[in-house]
Design a protein around this ligand. Structure first.
Ligand code: NDP
Ligand code: GDR
Length: 322
């Protein structure tokens, strides 16, 4: 059976994708960057910590990526590693450019040098659309990123297309809209809300402080979205696909879903804090996943209500056991 290399294996998507590929019988290798803290909790929660072969390396270090390609003998490479938090990208724009942008070229070069026949997946994002508000954003919608993160991702997106056209690399780019899960980082708004709801319910927190609650996002479940990544690399021809649910909801209404699941009224606990407003905002994201449905046979199968209540329930258990 084939081997796969996942960068960002310790992140939300990396963990779900590793599980999916292990279930399909792949040998799964994951690039792991040296950190002072434990980053394996997600692999542990999914019960796959021992099954993923971890390779030390960093996306900014080409030589380590070449060694990871050699060691893994991967025929499929999923480039999920990034500085992925939009708010941080204004505080660390150059690091974001290096890790989220330039490093895509590092990974593409490692593929080109070690195994140009390997199939490559690039984790692109709806943040590339930014200011462009089409009725629904699809593969033909122009890009206008609104953050250093979005700009860095756009570079990676175009480099993937360029390596496809220049060197015949089987590189596909998934333009994924927001996707969440109980394994979502606590800094992102859904998890911040579900964690706060659980803490408030258990008397361990008094209030929830948020920024712009009028922005709208097309939120899906990460477990569904990693299947789309895999499907892209099973196609004869590499291509770009929008992966979304086709429904958009305000942050405010998402809060309502989370709090009401616990019998709480979010308005009793919410405070608006200017600290969480961004220098430039993406007001509305709403994707059209028709191409993914037609060509990959993929569609989102988890509603926002199911997703948010699943996250609240997981956070209730976590907070209880703290
Ligand atoms: P996470 O933030 O959860 O995970 C990011 C991963 O990248 C972590 O494993 C992190 O490692 C790793 N990483 C960061 N810097 C480096 C580095 N210098 N070298 C090697 N690895 C590094 O992101 P998600 O799982 O949510 O997202 C996966 C990818 O998809 C990202 O590229 C993200 O930008 C993109 N994306 C995500 C969407 C979403 O809604 N989740 C939507 C669209 C795109 P560590 O744990 O050690 O920090
Ligand atoms: P986003 O996700 O920026 O869309 O990027 P995030 O959950 O951080 O923000 C979503 C929206 O909520 C608003 N918001 C807040 N956000 C956070 N994090 N914290 C708050 O307190 C808060 N209050 C309001 C934000 O302003 C924004 O409008 C995610 C990441 O996973 C990216 O890597 C990915 O590319 C995109 O999704 C698609």
């Amino acid at each position: 059976m084939a081997n796969a290399l996942i960068t960002g294996v310790t992140g939300q998507d990396g963990a779900y994708l590793a599980k999916l590929l292990l279930e399909k019988g792949y040998g799964v290798y994951g690039l792991i960057a040296r950190r002072g803290t434990d980053t394996l909790w997600r692999l542990r929660e999914l019960g796959i910590e021992q099954q993923v072969e971890l390779i030390n390396g960093d996306l900014t270090d080409l030589s380590s990526l070449i060694r990871a390609m050699e060691k893994s003998q991967a025929s499929e490479v999923y480039n999920l590693g990034a500085q992925s938090f939009v708010a941080t990208s204004w505080e660390q724009p150059l690091l974001t450019a290096q890790v989220t942008g330039i490093s895509v070229t590092n990974m593409l070069e490692a593929v080109r040098i070690v195994n140009p026949k390997a199939r490559f997946y690039q984790a692109s994002t709806s943040e590339m659309f930014g200011l462009i508000q089409a009725e629904k954003q699809d593969e033909t919608t122009p890009f206008y990123p609104r953050s250093p993160y979005g700009v860095a991702k756009l570079y990676g997106h175009w480099m993937t297309i360029n390596y496809r056209e220049s060197f015949n690399i089987h590189g596909s780019s998934g333009i994924l809209f927001n996707h969440e899960s109980p394994l979502r980082g606590i800094e992102f708004v859904t998890r911040k809300v579900t964690d706060a709801a659980a803490r408030i319910k258990q008397g361990k927190q008094q209030e929830l402080r948020l920024g712009n609650i009028d922005s709208k996002r097309d939120w899906g479940f990460a477990g569904d979205y990693v299947e789309a990544m895999w499907l892209m690399l099973q196609q004869d021809q590499p291509d770009d696909y929008v992966i979304a649910t086709g429904r958009t909801t305000t942050v405010r209404d998402m809060c309502k879903i989370a709090f009401s699941h616990l019998g709480l009224n979010y308005e009793d606990h919410l405070a608006i804090d200017p600290k969480f407003f961004r220098p430039a905002e993406v007001e509305v994201l709403l994707g059209n996943p028709a191409k993914a449905k037609a060509k990959l046979g993929w569609e989102a199968s988890t509603s926002l209500e199911t997703l948010i209540t699943m996250m609240v329930d997981a956070d209730m258990r976590r907070v209880e056991h703290e």
